[in-house]
Design a protein around this ligand. Structure first.
Ligand code: ZN
Ligand code: ZN
Length: 156
């Protein structure tokens, strides 16, 4: 599969010369995108907002994607829609002032790919459901009750 290399690697060095509060947006959208560990997504889209702070950069990231999931009730494969928002703090100082922030690398490039992948997949439920009212499978004959009832289940 062809996908751009390091599309979430952004040079934030230009922000050094901007006033506090200055913001620039980096929208992104990919039909398919594969994160490390074979984590495949479809319709990955969102925005990285970089804001100049007193000591560095605040990154606000919103994104959504669809991922393959299997319903725990009816065992059907379906696309789970995941949405997440998170922020990261960076400082232009060599040493971060707190545990909540990291230093901007010397070359000025920050790669958001790993954190976007981590946050997106954190949203994947432990027990995915194809729909909230999935009827599941008949415990006796295994019929998918979303498709039709069977003799073991009262209709209605
Ligand atoms: Zn289901
Ligand atoms: Zn049945």
């Amino acid at each position: 599969m062809n996908q751009p290399r390091k599309p979430f690697r952004i040079n934030v060095g230009f922000l050094i010369n901007q006033p506090i509060g200055y913001m620039r947006e980096f929208p992104f959208e990919y039909e398919t995108f594969q994160f490390g560990n074979d984590e495949k997504t479809e319709n990955l889209k969102g925005t990285i907002r970089l804001i100049r702070t007193r000591s560095g950069v605040q990154a606000l990231i919103d994104c959504s994607a669809q991922v393959d999931a299997q319903c725990v009730r009816c065992l059907d494969d379906f696309k789970e829609e995941l949405t997440t928002s998170f922020q990261e703090l960076y400082t232009f100082a060599r040493e971060p002032l707190s545990e909540d922030e990291e230093s901007v690398p010397e070359d000025g490039f920050i790669d958001f790919e790993e954190s976007i992948g981590d946050y997106i997949f954190l949203e994947l439920p432990i027990k995915p459901l194809c729909s909230r009212d999935c009827k599941g499978l008949c415990a006796v004959c295994g019929q998918n009750l979303n498709e039709s009832a069977c003799e073991h289940v009262a209709r209605g």
